[in-house]
Design a protein around this ligand. Structure first.
Ligand code: NAP
Length: 259
């Protein structure tokens, strides 16, 4: 039986690269995002190049029950999702008191609620088959509080904590959950998050979307629980454990705060 990977946020950045990697490794695909044109073009390319069956679902994950609609569509099409990649997400830069409430709410809905709901919907069938893999895209932001991107950082802390908790429940079931925690990477993220996020990007050398996606794919296939790409990110994720919270807060504030 051919394996199928469902990838959210497949129209750009990591998700776009994940689609290419899974197709090259013999997977059929379900690709979802809002940008129909980009998804269709990618689907055509992967059908042509890899002979993959690609099912496109155009969906705004910030809308209530978008995840349920995606699940229903795959059920109706008779697709067994063997790998779920919860990748879609975005950030927003600014003093929390000045942020746009609607954008913050959408961020929480996409970064947290849709990820939770897709996991809740696809996990039972993975459990029944004793086979399945889930890749949740967290971030280095998961390890620290993030002044000026407070909700984004908190959303990624949720993703990491939630993913690790599930691995305890799933021990011995044949189903694995991997949380990947990338540092800054060259994708559409910075543009969506706003100009202030550029400071963080400017302070560090961004990785490429392709190398981050390849690293994440490797971690997923090995069933790693928490995966941090890049030596510097790894060192700082370990360093965070030994630093007092006050020092951590001060470092991120310096990196990200207003001039
Ligand atoms: N780039 C980084 O530095 C970095 C570092 C750590 C973690 N991450 C995480 O990596 C993940 C992927 O981001 P990226 O860096 O690849 O950024 P990106 O290039 O902006 O891609 C984001 C993807 O999410 C989709 N998306 C955004 N809002 C959506 C919505 N309302 N409904 C459905 N899909 C939506 C976008 O598709 P449409 O616009 O077509 O809907 C796009 O495909 C995110 O979870 C992000 O938080 C990024």
């Amino acid at each position: 039986m051919k394996k199928t990977a469902l990838i959210t946020g497949a129209s750009s950045g990591f998700g776009y690269e994940f689609a290419k990697i899974f197709a090259a490794n013999g997977y059929d695909l379900v690709l979802t995002a809002r940008n129909q044109e980009k998804l269709k073009a990618l689907a055509a390319e992967l059908k042509e190049k890899n002979g993959a069956e690609v099912f496109v679902i155009v969906k705004d994950l910030s809308q209530k029950d978008a995840a349920l609609d995606i699940f229903t569509e795959t059920e109706q099409a008779g697709i067994d999702v063997t790998v779920l990649v919860n990748n879609a997400g975005f950030g927003d830069y600014g003093r929390y008191a000045d942020t746009d409430w609607e954008k913050q709410l959408k961020m929480v809905t996409v970064n947290i609620v849709a990820l939770m709901q897709l996991t809740r919907l696809y996990l039972p069938q993975m459990r029944r088959r004793n086979n399945g893999k889930i890749l949740n895209v967290a971030s280095m932001a998961a390890f620290t509080p993030g002044p000026y991107m407070s909700v984004y950082y908190a959303s990624k802390a949720f993703v990491l904590s939630f993913s690790e908790a599930l691995t305890g429940e799933l021990k011995g079931t044949g189903v694995t959950v991997t949380a990947v925690c990338p540092g800054p990477a060259a994708t559409g993220f910075e543009k969506v998050a706003g100009s202030g996020a550029r400071k963080l990007f400017g302070a560090l050398t961004p990785a490429s979307a392709k190398e981050t996606a390849l690293f994440s794919y490797g971690a997923l296939t090995r069933g790693k629980i928490v995966a941090v790409p890049g030596a510097m990110n790894k060192i700082s994720s370990i360093g965070h454990r030994f630093l007092p919270r006050s020092v951590l807060r001060a470092i991120i504030l310096r990196l990200q705060g207003e001039d």
